[in-house]
Design a protein around this ligand. Structure first.
Ligand code: FAD
Ligand code: EPU
Length: 347
């Protein structure tokens, strides 16, 4: 039966549109309904309309951590709630409340311009501020939990705005309560960050020091650290504007120290970084060892510089990416006995 939906005049709800411009993988799947919201009241109107019409409702930020495997018979609500508002400050810190729809890197640039430290190592991560707590984004030795103060989120059932402090978010490596126990129950409206008025630089991770030295920078600032991180990232990660991707497709697995030792006997070059739970092994290394690096299968493939990044060369299908990811998981498990878990959200 064909159901006709009466769309409210004050909301621009589009119908049967391609989501290709709205996901960094560049996958061409359709949304039955699509609406952009710029305030919490617009969001509530859109949610109410979706609920009244018994629609599945999905939330979209910048689309840089999703894989579309099908047309979505759903209402997609794209969050564009803006605003970067310093809230209060002490001698050492400034608390800044940021709208969920601000682009993450725009916030980083704004913080650097104001000499507020804490997020410069997270330069150039695509996507929105509202999605940043979802998986506790991280790079180059910093995660947002390190600068997170609180967030405000709309309860999808009651339409009430609730506040969450850091311990309630249960942040972990690429994890939060919003991906687990509270999955699908809240929509993040604003995030408040506690930034440093006297920046403390974090230079230990990866090639940051090396890159600064290459440019003869002896007394780095948050701007020079940001520039270094951007240079490193651009040398490794494909730009989604040129080749569709969603960054690391899998999380880096942690295995027991015993399993790492026994693998080391067989594969002496296996890297490993000790953490509280055991040894973190780079998924990129495991995938490369299984022979996937740079392999192309029609329109999809494994990136030639960073095998943890699966790519769409232009007209790839989300299901082809998903099938490739399953083959990679199987081969890594068969060779090393290690399970890889996707970081990307499948839709
Ligand atoms: P989307 O992809 O739009 O959404 C992701 C999930 O969050 C979905 O489940 C969605 O429903 C939900 N969501 C989005 N907004 C909200 C909201 N306001 N309220 C509730 N739920 C919401 N990640 C890292 O951690 N570190 C990196 O270094 C990194 N590098 C990357 C490099 C590249 C080239 C790319 C393409 C991605 C990279 N990522 C990285 C992954 C990605 O940038 C982050 O996960 C980012 O936070 C996703 O933001 P988004 O707005 O695009 O989210
Ligand atoms: N490696 C290989 N072959 C390669 C590339 C890398 O074996 O071709 C191995 C090397 O041992 C290297 C290691 O992988 O030392 C780590 O590589 P890299 O520094 O590129 O980092 P990563 O572990 O692949 C993680 C995050 C990135 C984040 C960077 C920097 C995850 C899943 N990924 O990548 O986050 O930007 O570190 O901190 O934790 C993302 O989440 O989307 C993302 C891009």
């Amino acid at each position: 039966m064909l159901i006709s939906y009466v769309k409210p005049k004050f909301m621009n709800i589009q119908e049967n549109i391609s989501l290709k411009p709205y996901n960094t993988f560049g996958i061409d799947k359709k949304a039955r309904f699509f609406v952009v919201v710029k305030s919490s009241s617009e969001l509530i109107e859109a949610l109410k309309w979706g609920n009244e019409n018994d629609l599945i409702i999905l939330i979209l930020g910048g689309g840089s951590n999703i894989l579309l495997t099908q047309d979505l018979d759903a209402l997609i609500i794209k969050i564009e709630i803006k605003g970067i508002n310093p809230d209060w400050e002490s001698n050492e810190h400034i608390w800044v409340e940021v709208g969920a729809g601000e682009l993450w890197h725009d916030l980083v640039v704004f913080a650097i311009e104001n000499n507020w430290g804490g997020i410069e190592n997270l330069s150039l991560i695509p996507g929105t501020v509202g999605a940043s707590p979802m998986q506790n984004i991280g790079a180059y030795g910093v995660e947002i939990k390190d600068v997170f103060h609180s967030l405000k989120a709309l309860n999808r059932l009651t339409y009430e705005i609730e506040e969450f402090e850091s311990n309630q978010c249960r942040f972990g490596y690429r994890e939060s309560v919003f991906k687990n126990e509270l999955k699908g129950q809240y929509i993040i409206l604003t995030v408040t960050f506690k930034l440093d008025k006297v920046p403390k630089l974090k230079l230990e991770y990866g090639a940051i020091r090396e890159t600064l030295a290459k440019h003869n920078i002896e007394t780095p600032t948050i701007k020079s650290v940001s520039d270094a991180v951007i240079e490193i990232r651009q040398s490794k990660l494909p730009d989604p504007k040129q080749i569709g991707n969603a960054g690391s497709f899998f999380k880096n697995p942690t295995i027991s120290i015993e399993q790492h030792e026994s693998l080391k006997a067989e594969y002496p070059s296996i890297p490993g970084y000790q953490n509280e739970e055991g040894m973190k092994v780079p998924a990129a290394w495991l995938i490369e060892q299984c022979g996937w690096k740079g392999k192309r299968f029609g329109e999809v493939g494994v990136h030639e510089n960073q095998p943890l990044v699966l790519v769409n060369y232009g007209n790839g299908d989300g299901r082809a990416v998903r099938d490739l990811s399953i083959k990679i998981q199987k081969s890594v498990f068969d060779k090393f006995g290690i399970n890889l878990h996707p970081e990307v959200n499948f839709l």
